[in-house]
Design a protein around this ligand. Sequence first.
Ligand SMILES: [Zn+2]
Ligand SMILES: [Zn+2]
Length: 150
Amino acid sequence: MMDIQITCKECGSSVDINPTLDASKAQCEVCQHVTPVKFTPAHVEGRLEECPVCSRQDFYKQKDFNRKIGVTLFVIAAILSIWTYGISLVVLYLLDVFLFRRLAMVAICYKCQTNFRSITNMNEIRDFDHEMNDRIVYSDHDFKGKPLSH
Ligand SMILES: [Zn+2]
Ligand SMILES: [Zn+2]
């Protein structure tokens, strides 16, 4: 089942929702703001083709990695390295290779920043593209799911 995490426009909290054909809104538990959503049978099957919040088809994928945890671990390892002669940094590096590189990917909507996890077509989603991001966010360009071409 696809896991969707919407960012509430009013307060910035994340709102979790699973796609069902009869769901038409997602309510923020913090400020009660309601975000309208539109699911298609593809969403229910786990395929990401269209954003249920903004109806765009432009997404990028990235490692589903919690930056805060990564930075905290690095600071701890750096401090410990004084007493461990750098071994803690080696351990952190190995952790990074074996643990974090295997983490699942998350697909993100350029336009509204909605996050999609456990989708079946993650291999069709491309990596983050700065130029696409700028054109979608600042010029409101709609690529309709096509890659940027020059
Ligand atoms: Zn809210
Ligand atoms: Zn969107």
